[in-house]
Design a protein around this ligand. Structure first.
Ligand code: ZN
Length: 663
C-alpha cells in the first residue's frame, strides 16, 4: 500500500486512535519491553543533514527535507499518512499471533515425536536407536533455531518429522549408546521444547519502515528480507536500517571470535548458525531486485519464507504466483490490494476477471465480494501447486483490502476448492444473490475401517430462485458475479487470539482502539456470506427504515442468525433468505404504511409491495438483538474518515519525497 505523503496540515485529526508523530532530530521511540532490539538507542546515529525523521511505534525513518524555498520549509515538511499506521499495527498483531500459534504447533509436533520415540524404546524397538544417524536432515532455513548447538540439534529433530524413523536425537534427549541402554520411564518429563523462529520477506519494501518495525516488534522473528526493485529505495532502506541501529555488526561482535579469521567463525561452542548469520547479515537484510524473481529463487523447500508480506501499490496479483512458490508450509501470507475501483467498483468487470479470475458486482455488498475475489485468486494460485489456503482474517479497510492467510499442502483440501468456489446470480434491482457452487463434496464413513472417504461431484444448477431471466422477487434482471471464494473469511480462533494480544499489549499499538473495534466486529460476523443494509432495503419498498434492532429482532424471531459486517456500517449479515428479509419490511409496513401515490405502476417497489407474505414475521424485541449487533459493546465499530487528506496515496515517484508504494 502506498505511503500517502501530504503536506503538514492543521486539519483536525478526528480519530483519536491515530497518533502521528513528526519528531525533531531525534531520539528513536523507545522499544517496547518485548522488542527484539533492546539496546540500539545508543548506536543510533544523529539525523544526517538534509533529512527529517518520521517516528512510528519503535521505528524512525528518514526523509529528504524539502528545499528551504519550499512552503513547507521550517517545519517537519512531510509525513507518512498515519492512517496507514493502522495497516502496519494490524500486521504486527497478526504476525505475532500467527508466530505464536506456529510455535505451539511445532512444539506439539516435537513433543509428540519425542513421546513416540520413547514408546518405541520402551517397547524394546532397537530399530529406533541410531539406525538413521547418518541421514540427518539439515534444519530447513526458516525453521526454529535457538541459541547453541543443542538447540540447532533440537530444530533438526523437529524438522526430521518427515523421516520419523531416521530422526536425530532431540535436544535434551540423550542418544542411546546401545540397545541395552535403560529405556526412559513413561512419566519422565519432556525436556523444554526448542524455540521456533521464523523468516519473513517484505517483497516491496520502499522505505523499509515496515521491515524495521517487524525486526523490532516481532519477538520470534529470525530475520526479515526487505526487498525493492529500485536502487534508490534500497539506499533509503539501508539508511533507515542503520539509523535504527540494525546494521550488521559483523561476526567479530560475537563472543569467542577473537583472533579468528572470518571464515573460521562457524557454528558450535555456543554459537548457532542463526547467531552467525544475524551478526554477518543483520536482522533486516536488504535486497535489490525484482520481487518475483527473488521469490522464485526461494521456491525450494529449504529456502522458503515462513511469512511473506505483499503490500504493493495497486493489486498484489502480479506477485501471487511467485509468493505461493516461496512460502513455507503453514506459513502466513499478508496481502494488500488497493485497486478497489476494480475489486469493489462496477466499472471494470473485465479487469476484475483478468486480474482475479472473477467478475466484481454492482451491489451494496461489493466490498465483501472484493475480499472473496482476492481469496479466489489466492486459492486458485495455491491449488496449482497442490496447496490450499486457510483465511485467518480478511478485512475491507478504508480504501484497500488486507488479508492474512495460511498456506498449506494437502491434496485432499485442494480437491475441496471447487466446493468453496461459487458465482452468484444477483438481481440488478433488489440485489438478491443466488449462489451457484462449482463443486459438491460428499462424505462416507467406512463401516469396516471407520475412515471417512470423500467424493467430489459436479453440482446441480441453476440455483434455487433462478428459474428464468428475471428476478422472482422484483422482476429485475439477473447479473453474474464471481467466481469467488464462498467459504468463511476468517478463522475465529485466530481473530480471538489477535484480540487478546491487542488487549494485553495496548501500549505497543497507537491504533489499538480501532484494531479492537474492527476485530470485534469481524469475530462476531456470522459466516453467511454478504450483507444488506436495512436503509437500502426499505427504500426499495419506498418505506421508512425500521430501527436496526427491530430488523435484527425480526430475523432472530424467525430462527435465523444475525451480525454486523465490518465492511459497511449499518449493515446486517444473516443466513435468512431474502424472501424472509423482504417479508420483514412487509410486516413493518403494516404499521408504517407506504404512500402509494408515490409508487409508480410497473416500478420494482410496486412489484415488491404487491407480493403476498410467505413467512410469519414478528417484530417483537428479541433479547439477543442488542448483543448480536454489538450495541452493548463499547468499541469503535466503524471508522469515520480520519483526517482531511485521507485516501489512497499516489504511486511511487522516485526522487520526490517518499510518496512510494510499500507502507
Ligand atoms: Zn430483484
Amino acid at each position: 500500500m502506498p505511503d500517502a505523503v501530504q503536506p503538514q496540515e492543521t486539519a483536525p485529526v478526528q480519530d483519536k486512535d491515530v497518533q502521528m508523530q513528526v519528531e525533531q532530530p531525534a531520539q528513536p521511540a523507545e522499544a517496547p519491553d518485548h522488542a527484539a532490539a533492546p539496546d540500539q538507542a545508543a548506536d543510533t546515529p544523529a539525523v544526517p543533514e538534509g533529512f527529517v525523521p518520521y517516528t512510528e511505534s519503535t521505528t524512525s525513518i528518514l526523509f529528504a527535507a524539502p528545499p528551504s524555498s519550499s512552503s513547507q520549509a521550517g517545519s517537519a515538511p512531510v509525513f507518512l499518512n498515519p492512517v496507514q499506521q493502522y495497516n502496519r499495527d494490524l500486521s504486527v498483531v497478526a504476525i505475532r499471533t500467527w508466530s505464536e500459534a506456529r510455535q505451539r504447533e511445532k512444539r506439539a509436533f516435537w513433543e509428540e515425536g519425542l513421546r513416540r520415540k520413547r514408546e518405541r524404546k520402551r517397547a524394546g524397538g532397537a530399530g529406533a536407536d541410531g539406525k538413521g544417524k547418518g541421514k540427518k536432515r539439515k534444519a530447513q532455513d526458516g525453521e526454529g533455531v535457538e541459541v547453541g548447538a543443542e538447540a540447532d540439534k533440537a530444530a533438526e529433530a523437529a524438522e526430521a518429522k518427515r523421516v520419523e524413523d531416521k530422526a536425530p536425537e532431540p535436544a535434551g534427549e540423550p542418544a542411546s549408546e546401545t540397545a541395552a541402554a535403560p529405556a526412559p520411564k513413561g512419566d519422565e518429563p519432556l525436556p523444554p521444547a526448542p524455540t521456533y523462529k521464523f523468516s519473513l520477506l517484505e517483497a516491496l519494501s520502499a522505505t523499509g519502515l515496515r521491515a524495521i518495525r517487524y525486526a523490532k516488534e516481532l519477538p520470534l522473528l529470525k530475520f526479515v528480507v526487505a526487498n525493492d526493485l529500485s536502487a534508490s529505495a534500497v539506499k533509503d532502506i539501508e539508511r533507515n536500517v542503520a539509523f535504527n541501529g540494525l546494521a550488521p555488526k559483523g561476526v567479530f561482535s560475537l563472543p569467542g571470535t577473537e583472533g579468528l579469521k572470518e571464515e573460521d567463525v562457524k557454528p558450535g561452542g555456543g554459537l548457532s548458525k542463526a547467531d552467525i548469520d544475524e551478526a554477518r547479515l543483520g536482522k533486516v537484510r536488504v535486497n535489490e531486485g525484482d520481487a518475483c524473481v527473488y521469490m522464485y529463487q526461494h521456491r525450494h523447500e529449504d529456502a522458503r519464507f515462513d511469512c511473506i508480506d505483499l503490500d504493493p501499490y495497486g493489486s498484489a496479483v502480479p506477485f501471487l504466483d511467485a509468493a505461493m512458490n516461496a512460502i513455507a508450509d503453514g506459513g502466513l501470507m499478508c496481502v494488500t490490494c488497493t485497486d478497489m475501483g476494480v475489486l469493489a467498483g462496477h466499472n471494470y468487470p473485465e479487469k476484475a476477471f483478468t486480474h482475479y479470475g472473477g467478475v466484481c458486482v454492482n451491489a451494496e455488498y461489493s466490498h465483501e465480494v472484493a475480499l472473496r475475489l482476492v481469496l479466489n485468486a489466492l486459492a486458485t494460485t495455491a491449488a496449482r501447486y497442490g496447496r490450499y489456503i486457510e483465511p485467518q482474517l480478511s478485512l475491507s479497510i478504508d480504501f484497500y483490502v488486507r488479508l492474512f492467510i495460511r498456506v498449506r499442502t494437502a491434496p485432499k483440501e485442494v480437491k475441496a476448492l471447487a466446493s468453496k468456489t461459487s458465482l452468484i446470480y444477483y438481481c440488478h434491482t433488489c440485489q438478491t444473490p443466488h449462489w451457484q457452487s462449482f463443486g459438491r463434496v460428499s462424505e462416507k464413513v467406512s463401516a469396516k475401517t471407520g475412515v471417512t472417504n470423500y467424493s467430489y461431484h459436479v453440482p446441480a444448477g441453476p440455483p434455487k430462485g433462478v428459474d428464468g431471466e428475471r428476478c422472482g422477487e422484483c422482476g429485475g434482471k439477473f447479473h453474474i458475479g464471481g467466481p469467488m471464494w464462498s467459504a468463511p473469511l476468517h478463522n475465529r480462533e485466530f481473530v480471538k487470539e489477535m484480540l487478546e494480544h491487542v488487549e494485553d499489549n495496548k501500549k505497543d499499538f497507537a491504533t489499538h482502539e480501532r484494531i479492537k473495534g474492527m476485530l470485534t466486529v469481524a469475530l462476531n460476523e456470522c459466516e453467511a456470506p454478504l450483507y444488506f443494509s436495512p436503509a437500502k432495503m426499505s427504500s426499495l419498498f419506498n418505506a421508512v427504515c425500521p430501527p436496526l434492532q427491530t430488523f435484527g429482532s425480526a430475523l432472530l424471531n424467525g430462527g435465523y442468525t444475525i451480525s454486523r459486517s465490518h465492511a459497511v456500517a449499518g449493515s446486517i449479515k444473516t443466513d435468512a433468505p431474502r424472501t424472509f428479509v423482504h417479508d420483514v419490511i412487509r410486516e413493518w409496513i403494516k404499521t408504517h404504511p407506504v404512500k402509494m401515490s408515490n409508487v409508480k405502476d410497473g416500478s420494482p417497489a410496486k412489484v415488491l409491495l404487491g407480493k403476498e407474505m410467505r413467512h410469519e414475521v414478528s417484530l417483537a424485541h428479541h433479547p439477543e438483538a442488542g448483543k448480536r449487533l454489538l450495541d452493548d459493546v463499547k468499541v469503535v465499530r466503524y471508522q469515520m474518515n480520519p483526517q482531511a487528506n485521507w485516501g489512497p496515496a499516489r504511486a511511487a515517484v522516485r526522487g520526490a519525497p517518499p510518496a512510494k508504494k510499500g507502507q
